[in-house]
Structure formats: C-alpha cells, structure tokens
Design a protein around this ligand. Structure first.
Ligand SMILES: Nc1nc2c(c(=O)[nH]1)N[C@H]1C(S)=C(S)[C@@H](COP(=O)(O)OP(=O)(O)OC[C@H]3O[C@@H](n4cnc5c(=O)[nH]c(N)nc54)[C@H](O)[C@@H]3O)O[C@H]1N2
Ligand SMILES: Nc1nc2c(c(=O)[nH]1)N[C@H]1C(S)=C(S)[C@@H](COP(=O)(O)OP(=O)(O)OC[C@H]3O[C@@H](n4cnc5c(=O)[nH]c(N)nc54)[C@H](O)[C@@H]3O)O[C@H]1N2
Ligand code: SF4
Ligand SMILES: [Mo]
Length: 897
C-alpha cells in the first residue's frame, strides 16, 4: 500500500464519542495519535483507537469485486448489480428490493443510498443496523421533543456533578468520555457517579453507587424517581408550566406503580436504602447528567425507558442548561449521520418522516425524484422476515454483518441463503454475511475513505483519506452512484467527490425549513471542495444565523413539537416475564473493552485479542454450584432459537440466575459462539428495536472428551473448520501464528482422531499415559527448520507457555527448542508471563501488576510509574483499580485511580 506523506486530521471509525485523530504516514507506515485540538477527546484515544494502525494491513481485505464467486472488474460488477435490481423491479415491483445499511457508513454514502432507494428506485425498504442500536432513543426523542435531538454536549460533563449511567458501560464502550467523567470526579470530591446495570460492569469500579437492578426494571426506577421528586418538592413548576405538556398524566401514571421507595426497591430488586440514596442525590444536584445506551434502548420497552428518563429531566427543568440533561450515547461513529439523512425505514430524509405530506413533497421537489416513496418501509426484523417469506427478492447490505448481529441470527442466515440476489459491500473477506453474497463489492475502509461522521454531541467531523486504496476498492458512495447511473438515473447521482454530496445534503436540510426541522446544516451548503477539505468539527444546527453551530439546544425552552412544548409521556413498567421452565436463565449480552462488534477489524489484532481470547459466559457462583460448573469449563447454552458453546466464567458480578455473553464472536472466530442465535426477535412496538439484552436459555455442561491447543502458521481452511462445527473451536490470532482451542463433544475412536479430523500429518509425535490412565499426545510438523504447526492434546487442556510457543513460529528452530517443543514449555524453569493481559498498549499482564502491588505500589498512578500500564489510553484503569482492591483487600471506593 503506498500513501501520501503528511499529517492528517481525521476521526476514529469506532464508537460514537467521535475522537479526533492526528495521523502521520512516515515511511509509508501509518501512526495515529489523539488530535489535541478535537473537542471530543483533546488528544486522548482509547485502546481501540490507539491500535488503529495495526488494523490497516491488506491481509484479509476484500480487494476485487466478485459475481457468483468469480473475480471480475468493476464494469461487470456494476452491471450485474444494476441488471439484478432492474430485473427484480420489472418482475416484482420496486417493493421487492431493499437495502440494509449501517451507522458505520459515512454521511455521504448514506445520503446517496437513501436517495437512490426512496427517491429513484421507489422502494421504502431501507433500514439500518441503527435499528438494533438507537431506534428507541430516536422514538423517545421524537415523542418528547418533537425531533430526534440530543439536547446537550460533551462540555456538560465538566460542568456536571452527578453522573447517572443507565445501561451504559462507558468505561469500555465510550472510554474517552468516561475518562472525562473520571477527571471531574478526581477534581471535585463532591461529584458522584451512579451506575444502573444488572451486572457489575467495569464502569462500576469508579462508581459510588451501583444499582444492580432486575433486568428490564428501569421504567419503574425512573417513574419512582419522578414520584419522589414530586413528593419532596423538587420539581421545577415554572419550567413545567411554561414549556411542557402532559405532566399531570405522567406523574399520575408514575404514582400508580411507584409511589414509594419500597415499591420501587421491591420491583427493581435492589436495597431500598440504595434507591433512596440515588433519589436523594438526584433531587439535590441540579447539575445531573443521565447518560444512557443499550441497556435502555435494546428492550421491548426501550422507548418508554428513554421517556421515563427524559420525564425526570423535564420535571426538574434540567435540560438545555450547562451541566445537565438526558444524554443518549450513540454507538457507532455515524449513528447520528444515518439519522440525519433519514436512513431508518420510518424516515424519509433530513429529519422528515412520513407523517407530513407537505414536507415529503419538498424532498420530492428537491431531489427531482421520479419515484418518491410515501409510506414507511420494513424495519430490520421485518425486513429479514420479508426476505425469508420471499417477498424481498434482492437486498443490498452495506457495512454491517447481520448474520452475526441480528436476533434470530440462524433464521437471518437461512433467509439470505435463499434470497435470489444478495449484494454485500464490505472491506474484509470472509465474513459470515459476505459468505452468502451473490455479488461482493470491495469498499474503501477507514484511512482510505473520505467524508463526514456525526458523533453523540451532534458534532460533524471529517474522516479523511490517508492511504491510497488497495486493490480495486472503491468508496461506498461511488459504488452506489455508479449503480444508480447504470440503472438509468443519470440526473441526481453525478457527483465527483464527497464534498459535492455533502453540499447537497446540507442544502436539503435547509430546503423549505422554516425552523420547524431541528436538523439544519444549510450554513454548510455552499462549502467549496477546498472548504470541505478544511472543515473543522462543528455541532449542528449550522445555519446562516448560527454559522458556528450550536452546543446546546432547547436553551430557550422551545421544542420542535407542534406547539413548541416538550411532552411528558405517561409510562408504566410492563410486567416482568416469568422464567420459562425449559429455559430458566436470563441472558444478557454486550461488549468487551478491546473488541469492535463482529470482530472483522479488531479480531485480527493480536494485542487486542489477548484481553479476552475466548468467547465466554459469566454466571453467578450459586448457579455454577447448582449446575456443577467449574471456572474455565465449557458449557452449552440453548433455547428454541439456537445453541452456543462457550467457556464459563464465574463471578458475583452477575445476579443469580442471570448470565452475560459477549456479542462479538462470529463463525470466523469460533464454531458455536454467535450470541444472536439465542435471541428471539422480540421488539419494542414503538421503535421496532429488538430486545438484545434479555433472552432465556437453558445451560448444560459440554463435557468435552478431548481438548487441544493447536498452533498453525497458516489458518485452518473452511473445510477443516467445517469439521468442528458441532464441536468447540475458538481461534485466537497471535503475532507469529494462529492459535486454536479445540474440544470434541464425542469420544474419539483413538487419540489420533483430532489429527484425522484436521487432516494433519505430523513429523514429530509423542503419546503419554499417566498413572491415572489419562492420555496426552503432542504432535508437530517442521519443514525447513520452521515450525508449521503444533498440536497439544489431552483429556484436559495442557499447561503451555503461549508466548514462548508463538515466538517459535518466527525463528528457525534450534535443537534445544526441538527438544522442548512438544512439552509446550521453554524448559529449564524459564516461563513467560502468560497471565491475563490487562494493559494492551504496553503489554502488561496481571501477574506483573499483582507483584508490583505486593511490592508496595498502592495506586494506579504508582503502577503506571513502575510498569507504564494505564498511562497511554487509560482503558485498563478500571481493571487496575479492581486488582488493587483485590490485592490490598480493600473495597473499590477506598482505592484511588
Ligand atoms: N469496546 C467497544 N466499544 C463500543 C462498541 C464495541 O463493539 N466495542 N460498540 C459501540 C456501539 S455500536 C454501541 S451501541 C455502544 C454500546 O454501549 P453500551 O450500551 O455501554 O454497551 P453494552 O455492553 O451492549 O450494554 C451496556 C450495559 O447494559 C446493561 N444492561 C442489560 N440489560 C439492562 C437493563 O435492563 N437495564 C439496564 N439499566 N442495563 C442493562 C448490560 O449489563 C451492559 O453492561 O458501544 C459502542 N462502543
Ligand atoms: N446480542 C446482541 N446483538 C447485538 C448487540 C448487542 O448488544 N447484543 N448490539 C447491536 C448493535 S448496537 C449494533 S450497532 C450491531 C453492530 O453489528 P454489525 O453492524 O453487524 O457489526 P460490525 O462488525 O460493525 O459490521 C460492520 C461490517 O462492515 C464492514 N465495514 C467496515 N467499514 C466499512 C466500510 O467503510 N464500508 C463497507 N461497505 N463495509 C465496512 C466490516 O468489515 C463489517 O463486516 O450489533 C447489534 N447486535
Ligand atoms: S473512545 Fe476510543 S473507540 Fe471511541 S472514538 Fe474515541 S478512540 Fe475511538
Ligand atoms: Mo450500536
């Protein structure tokens, strides 16, 4: 890959914090640093952002278009897409084609995709993975404010003194913002952090109070807060009377179920004194910020949860003022941009939906659209159901991996397998979704693509190209425009660059906008290409009267509803689902510190994979005892939707009868660990967002008959992997080789069974039988004095020195190494530290940290001084705090960061 030699300011492609990055490309190697001028991060990056340069290898990239499994050139691929779509439309009408988009597309990509479908092809069936992510917040915002608007900004963090995290593990998922919260807490001893989450997440390590509530009981908790505030005389009646409607109904509804702290405590299953403490802190601290994410959105009552939170802020007038407000943390880098262009199936474009015919006509006029749609389309779950029914016959999936991330993932996989035309634009291959594509389109990735993204605080930032694109890769917007033109839509898609698309998008936001549409960036519609190149991060709205953008909205108490008043919503806690006898455990799911979603980008980075190398389930010690499960054993989770095999972690971070699994693993990394095969497609009736935090499962021991570590220079082939589909396999990329943990569910005929399954022929082999008749065998292949692969198998996983073994793949083998190779250890008492990796930036492991603590390091700062851990991105600070507490036998709140 060649590149352009400069320092370039760009934006991180991962989470919705939207950190600025300063990238330089000396000697054709990209290095990244936090952009000290960017208002989201002021120079800081988390572990994922810091490791970005390591994701830029060409290895694993999709570099060439493919049609029906054959490589082809772009003209062939574009006409195959256009002909496929045109034929489907001719035979079955435009409603038979759909797009499934992503919050990881740039605004410019999103804009042309949405325009092509909703204005030109004439199909309303455009939805996005934001349906799985932000849809409940969008619906909640619209109900309360009349528009999908995040009222506040990141600067509110520095001004706030009470932080309430609801269903958000910011320490891992919005780490740089969490760092800003930690800094406020350190500088202001009176500042407080409350975490509301059914499990003790990493964010709790910094909290004064953790409400470990019953999953799904948030509405009760926040209606209880509203009742409490009313009872204690803590309401802002002036604000309520001047600027809102519906207060009496909302309060009456709250008091019906949650009149007393005791009622709330019983329903939420948390101690009454903790509920009271939270309520008192909230009542007494006007500078309170409530930050929420997927524990709120991904629920059958996600929209009600959002409004229950907003109600409390409206009732106290804590909105549109510095240091307070409800704050939706967006997930993906451009979750916001997708909402701005109207990428959801119930939106048309530019914050215009299907309820106002006059506004819709404006879009038709602006686009000169031949086939403007007039009705909402299928939301994500409905969309894949329609594919399954055969109603949608052609789907174009861009920048998302629904075979892994959609509920009922096995059903989604089957639906795509039988869909006549599946077009997938991605940057990597293989992926679980790309494997089912009829047409594969190679897109530009971060560092190559160019455009804008909008972060959680409505701030539009530029992603800029740093590298020359590899292979045949093309910008997503370019691919879409080429297809549009091949379909005969010559007008409307003649863009030469992203700047022109952005200008059109900005112009549409202001077209006929008399101040009734919140999203207005018409102040940017006349940017020249040069000005677009230089665009500095700016918060919308940006208009001719507000050319510098706006940090906070609703400062004048005026909202976007018809009468300008915010709406209270009368919400009630829905009934808690009873556990099912054949699936008695509740299943929660979420994210890990060092992985991004379906791992296509982060899973290949050895240092990121070390933090949590294998898929797992966390269960409470009482359940472990009940089911007879020891830590590290393999277990099977099942329900009527699917099955998963993962390793057990035992921890009182969980509530009894509740499990937690990571959402990340795909078939590319493990045989049976796609979380979403276990989720039913239960959705919030208002937002259509699936309840990806609550499923029910049965648990049983997997009881493997034979287990092994396999290290290979070349990855296993799809055919080899297929042979493990009913067994356990987890791949962990290391720097010198691929490692696999394997386990057989059936008793093998003989001990060479594993080798036969893998079709491997060893050059070294040894078999041992212990006194207790336990068998182990070890096999390896060496060619030209280079280790090719090594298999260490036994009835239990053998003890090995992973770090040493990995190194042996990168050096010629000495005779001494050969002697020790099959033992899996360096020998002569030399052993590397293979304990858990805590600090990915400086490769510091838990053993070294514990030793330093035992030798007197009493704080994270001292650990940082001695070992460097926690001194770069700070993502591991919660874990350092936890280790300090554990080693020093203190409670977390006694340990300073
Ligand atoms: N490291 C990393 N960071 C990421 C991502 C990633 O993949 N990896 N993805 C990004 C994206 S797209 C998103 S959407 C965000 C998501 O960010 P978060 O929402 O913070 O992520 P999750 O871990 O999915 O879920 C948050 C918490 O919700 C809790 N929860 C479950 N059920 C309930 C409930 O009923 N009530 C409450 N109050 N809490 C509940 C879970 O226990 C979990 O700790 O992260 C973004 N940042
Ligand atoms: N059980 C459970 N399921 C969940 C969640 C959960 O908490 N629990 N969270 C949900 C949420 S909030 C989200 S956001 C989704 C995320 O789920 P997905 O969107 O499915 O996950 P990603 O791995 O981010 O998929 C992005 C894909 O786009 C590709 N890609 C990256 N950059 C580009 C680009 O520039 N162009 C193109 N064309 N492709 C690109 C990547 O290689 C990858 O294949 O998962 C949802 N599913
Ligand atoms: S917090 Fe981390 S992942 Fe999120 S934008 Fe910043 S550097 Fe990227
Ligand atoms: Mo998300």
């Amino acid at each position: 890959m060649s590149n352009i030699l400069t320092t370039t300011l760009t934006t991180c492609p991962y989470c919705g914090v939207g950190c600025g990055i300063s990238a330089s490309t000396p000697d054709q190697i990209v290095t990244v640093q936090g952009d000290s001028t960017h208002p989201a991060n002021y120079g800081r990056l988390c572990v994922k952002g810091s490791a970005l340069a390591q994701t830029l290898s060409v290895e694993g990239r999709l570099l060439q278009p493919q049609v029906n499994g054959n490589d082809c050139d772009w003209p062939t691929a574009i006409s195959a897409v256009a002909e496929g779509l045109a034929q489907t439309i001719a035979q079955h009408g435009p409603g038979a084609v759909a797009m499934y988009l992503s919050g990881q597309l740039l605004t410019e990509d999103y804009y042309v995709a949405n325009k092509l479908m909703k204005g030109f092809i004439g199909s309303p069936h455009v939805d996005t993975n934001s349906r799985l992510c932000m849809a409940s917040t969008v619906a909640g915002h619209k109900r309360a404010f009349g528009a999908d608007v995040v009222p506040g900004c990141y600067d509110d963090i520095e001004q706030a003194r009470l932080f309430v995290l609801v269903g958000a593990n910011m320490a891992w998922n919005h780490p740089v913002l969490f760092g800003r919260i930690r800094a406020v807490m350190q500088a202001n001893p009176e500042a407080k952090l409350v975490v509301i989450d059914p499990r003790r997440s990493a964010s709790c390590e910094a909290a004064q109070l953790h409400l470990k509530l019953r999953p799904g009981s948030d509405v009760l908790l926040f209606t209880g807060l509203l009742s409490f505030l009313a009872e204690q005389g803590k309401l802002d009646y002036r604000f309520i009377n001047l600027h809102t409607d519906g207060f009496a109904g909302a309060l009456a509804s709250a008091q019906l179920q949650a009149a007393t702290v005791q009622q709330v405590a019983a329903g939420c299953d948390v101690p009454a004194e903790d509920v009271l403490l939270f309520y008192r802190w909230f009542a007494d601290q006007p500078l309170s910020l409530t930050l929420f994410s997927q524990g709120v959105n991904q629920a059958v009552d996600g929209t009600d949860k959002v409004n229950a939170i907003i109600n409390c802020h409206l009732a106290t007038g804590r909105i549109g003022k510095p240091g307070c407000g409800p704050f939706s943390l967006t997930g993906q880098p451009n979750a916001m941009g997708g909402r701005e262009v109207g990428g959801l199936a119930n939106q048309l474009a530019a914050h215009i939906d299907y309820s106002d015919k006059a506004q819709q006509a404006l879009v038709g006029e602006f686009w000169k659209a031949p086939n403007l749609v007039t009705q909402p389309g299928f939301k994500a779950v409905e969309l894949f159901d329609a594919i399954e029914r055969g109603e949608i016959k052609a789907v174009w999936i861009m920048a998302t991996n629904p075979v892994v991330s959609m509920p009922q993932a096995d059903k989604v996989k089957a639906a795509l397998a039988k869909c006549p035309l599946v077009i997938v634009s991605d940057i990597y291959q293989p992926t679980d979704t790309l494997d089912l594509a009829t047409i594969k389109l190679p897109a530009l990735g971060w560092s190559e693509k160019d455009g804008t993204v909008t972060n959680s605080e409505r701030r539009i930032s530029r992603q800029r190209a740093l590298c020359v694109p590899p292979g045949q890769t093309k910008a997503d917007w370019q691919i879409i425009c080429d297809v549009a033109k091949a379909l005969g839509f010559n007008q409307g898609f003649n863009f030469d660059n992203a700047a022109q698309i952005f200008a059109e998008h900005a112009a549409l936001s202001g077209f006929g906008n008399t101040g009734d549409r919140a999203f207005d960036i018409s102040g940017l519609q006349h940017l020249t290409t040069e000005q677009y190149q230089q665009l500095v991060p700016i918060q919308w709205p940006v208009t001719s009267t507000q050319p510098e953008g706006m940090a906070r909205l609703f400062t004048n108490g005026k909202f976007y509803t018809a009468n300008g008043r915010a709406q209270f919503i009368a919400v009630r806690q829905s009934e808690f689902k009873q556990a099912m006898p054949d699936a008695p455990l509740r299943l929660n799911s979420g994210r890990l510190r060092d992985q991004w979603h379906t791992m296509t980008r982060t899973g290949g980075v050895a240092s990121l994979m070390q933090h949590t190398p294998e898929p797992f389930v966390t269960l409470h010690p009482s359940d472990a005892a009940l089911y007879g499960i020891a830590a590290g054993e393999l277990v099977k989770l099942t329900n009527s939707n699917g099955a998963m095999v993962v390793r057990a972690q035992i921890s009182d971070k969980q509530r009894p009868k509740e499990l937690f699994i990571p959402m990340h693993w795909s078939a590319q990394f493990a045989s049976q660990a796609r979380a979403d095969v276990l989720y039913a497609a239960d959705t919030d009736p208002i937002s259509g967002q699936p309840a990806l935090k609550l499923s029910q499962v049965a648990l049983s021991r997997f009881a493997p008959k034979w287990q092994a570590f396999l290290f290979t220079k070349t990855p296993l082939t799809p055919c080899q992997l297929q042979r493990f589909s009913q067994h356990y396999l987890a791949r962990v990329p290391l720097t010198g080789c691929q490692s696999y943990r394997l386990a057989l569910s059936t008793v093998p005929d003989d001990d060479k069974h594993m080798l036969q399954l893998l079709q491997l022929t060893p050059t070294l082999y040894c078999r041992e039988q212990s006194n207790s008749a336990e068998v182990t065998y070890r096999a390896a292949a060496i060619a030209d004095n280079q280790l090719q692969w090594l298999l260490l198998a036994g009835q239990a996983l053998p003890d090995i020195d992973m770090i040493w073994l990995n190194q042996q793949f990168s050096v010629p083998l000495s005779s001494q190494t050969r002697q020790h190779l099959l033992s899996g250890q360096a020998g002569q008492g030399v052993a590397s530290d293979n304990s858990a990796l805590i600090c990915s930036c400086f490769n510091v492991r838990s053993k070294a940290i514990c030793e330093a603590i035992q030798n007197g390091a009493g704080s994270a700062a001292q650990l940082g001084k001695q070992l460097q851990c926690g001194t770069n991105c700070g993502s591991c600070l919660p874990e350092l705090t936890a280790l300090l507490a554990q080693q020093l036998n203190k409670t977390l709140s006694d340990v300073t960061g």
